[in-house]
Design a protein around this ligand. Structure first.
Ligand SMILES: [Mg+2]
Length: 408
């Protein structure tokens, strides 16, 4: 166990949403389960492992997934339940280390440096985390990767899913990464992968052996970063954040949009929903992110940090609209969404009202109670009822941010 400069664990629940459904509904166990909206135009959020041999995965349109796996059970997501299980999981992580960095509802980095005298060598740490999660959740499995750097730990946790444990000993990380395909590098999505392969980089070792200046020329800023990662260099530390989670609201549209007025309209609805959820949880947000999906399924996002935390729709909408200009893709888009991050407890005396004026906030609070009593559809903005407005076929999909590459 000596020789470890740092011990970083990355722990990631297996097919999280689907596994929670199978846990809560025993009749779903052993069966292919697709968590997502029943409507054909929505996308799969998580596929259970029983569905994966049919080449069904997250972010795939539900209609396509059902063509490949017609006997799958489609289960609408229950985010409140997932959030509840997530809290239990994060509590377990915090029993192992005070330095926990959640990446999404179901995964986190855990800095275990210096904890050998309590938990034993890294292999034992991994087993201890896995059995603690299994026990705390009543039977869910997690995959754990342990390495000296965050990046290698992240790649390692995905290496033996589900229910895996992969420990990459000091000095072996570069050789372990070398023969793996480039898309295993954290941050390489389908678009970058295509680009890398077109340039002749197929294995991680191809990048490690490349000239870093050439890579920068080929790939811009990320070239040097990928070169470092491919050589198992990653100086980033596990960062404990106040609340790393974000929450979001997005919708897949029945008709693709590119008109900024329509995009603003959908952002308004997301802002309304998010602000209401923030207030109901006593939170305020320090940042706003806008997400747009192009008709060829590129997911684009831009974000900004707010001058002060807020919980009003007026502020969220204003800042979301202010970053729309930063999207350089002309559209059209098939999905419009917004997320808020850097969530604060609203009981901290934040400078509420510094952004929205108090009157607007008071009005929104009144609307909360109306919605609570009569349902969220009881009050609609007049322009939503305008027959000229594009109607969405799916209900707003509230989600807790979970990057597609982190799901598994
Ligand atoms: Mg996962």
């Amino acid at each position: 166990m000596s020789g470890w400069s740092r011990i970083v664990a990355h722990a990631d629940m297996d097919a999280f949403y689907a596994s929670v459904e199978q846990l809560d509904r025993p009749e779903l166990r052993g069966r292919p389960v697709l968590v997502g909206p029943r409507s054909g135009r929505g996308v799969v959020l998580t596929a259970s492992y029983e569905a994966r041999p049919f080449e069904v995965g997250s972010a795939m349109p539900m209609a396509q997934a059902l063509k490949r796996c017609p006997h799958a059970e489609v289960v609408p997501p229950r985010f409140e339940r997932y959030t509840e299980v997530s809290a239990a999981i994060m509590d377990v992580f915090c029993d192992f280390s005070p330095r926990v960095e959640p990446l999404s509802l179901d995964e986190a980095f855990i800095d275990m440096t210096g904890a050998q005298h309590i938990f034993g060598p890294p292999q034992d740490m991994g087993h201890a985390i896995k059995s603690a999660i299994f026990e705390a959740t009543g039977g869910l499995t997690i995959s754990v990767g342990i390495a000296e750097t965050k990046h290698v730990a992240k790649v390692a946790s995905a290496a033996n899913k589900p229910n895996g444990l992969t420990v990459i000993a000091p000095g072996t990380a570069r050789a372990w990464l070398a023969p793996q395909p480039v898309n295993r590098l954290w941050g390489v999505g389908p678009k970058t992968e295509t680009r890398l392969r077109a340039l002749g980089y197929h294995m991680i070792d191809d990048i490690a052996c490349a000239d870093p200046d050439q890579l920068s020329e080929d790939l811009g800023q990320s070239g040097r970063h990928l070169w470092d990662l491919s050589r198992a260099r990653d100086p980033r530390h596990v960062e404990t954040r106040r609340t790393a989670r974000s929450m979001g609201s997005e919708r897949t549209l029945s008709v693709d949009v590119s008109d900024p007025i329509q995009i603003r309209h959908y952002l308004q609805r997301s802002a309304d929903r998010l602000a209401r959820r923030l207030r109901s949880k006593g939170r305020s947000a320090g940042g706003v992110r806008v997400r747009l999906k192009t008709t060829d399924f590129q997911l684009l996002s831009r974000q900004c940090v707010l001058p002060a935390p807020t919980d009003t729709a007026a502020d969220l909408h204003r800042y979301a609209c202010s970053i729309l200009d930063r999207f350089d893709h002309p559209g059209p888009y098939r999905l419009v969404g917004m997320a808020v991050f850097d969530l604060h407890e609203a009981n901290q005396p934040v400078q509420m009202g510094l952004l929205a004026n108090e009157r607007k906030r008071a009005l929104e609070v009144v609307l909360d109670s109306v919605c609570e009593k009569f349902g969220t559809t009881s009050l609609q903005r007049a322009r939503d009822l305008d027959s000229g407005t594009v109607q969405a076929t799916t209900p707003d999909l509230d989600f807790i941010d979970n990057a597609p590459d982190t799901d598994g």
